[in-house]
Design a protein around this ligand. Structure first.
Ligand code: SF4
Ligand code: SF4
Length: 94
């Protein structure tokens, strides 16, 4: 039988946690940055569930926060957001 996991139980899943690796913090790799419009966000949790490095938190009151030290800019959160509330923008050049 398949058990449906509620968003508030998400933290109990065996997800990897971001840690400093041999190449440093994964945010250093990023060339594109996800920017969230919390006015458009409906707190559906899709971005939090699908982020492969588990750096997104969705809070009902606060909206979406992203740990940019570890976000590597893959753009999956932008792809899965049903409200187009996340947009990838270029990081500032050197
Ligand atoms: S760009 Fe990728 S790593 Fe960064 S928050 Fe979105 S899904 Fe996660
Ligand atoms: S996927 Fe989009 S609408 Fe859903 S919680 Fe994330 S930012 Fe908000």
């Amino acid at each position: 039988m398949v058990r449906v996991v509620k968003p508030e139980e998400n933290y109990k899943l065996p997800l990897t946690k971001p840690v400093v690796g041999v190449a440093g913090k994964t945010g250093l790799w990023r060339t594109m940055r996800p920017v969230v419009d919390n006015e458009k966000c409906t707190r559906c949790y899709q971005c939090e569930i699908y982020c492969p490095v588990n750096v997104i938190r969705v809070e009902p009151e606060l909206g979406v926060t992203i740990d940019y030290e570890y976000c590597k800019g893959c753009g999956i959160c932008e792809d899965v957001c049903p409200r187009s509330a996340i947009v990838m923008v270029p990081e500032p050049g050197e």
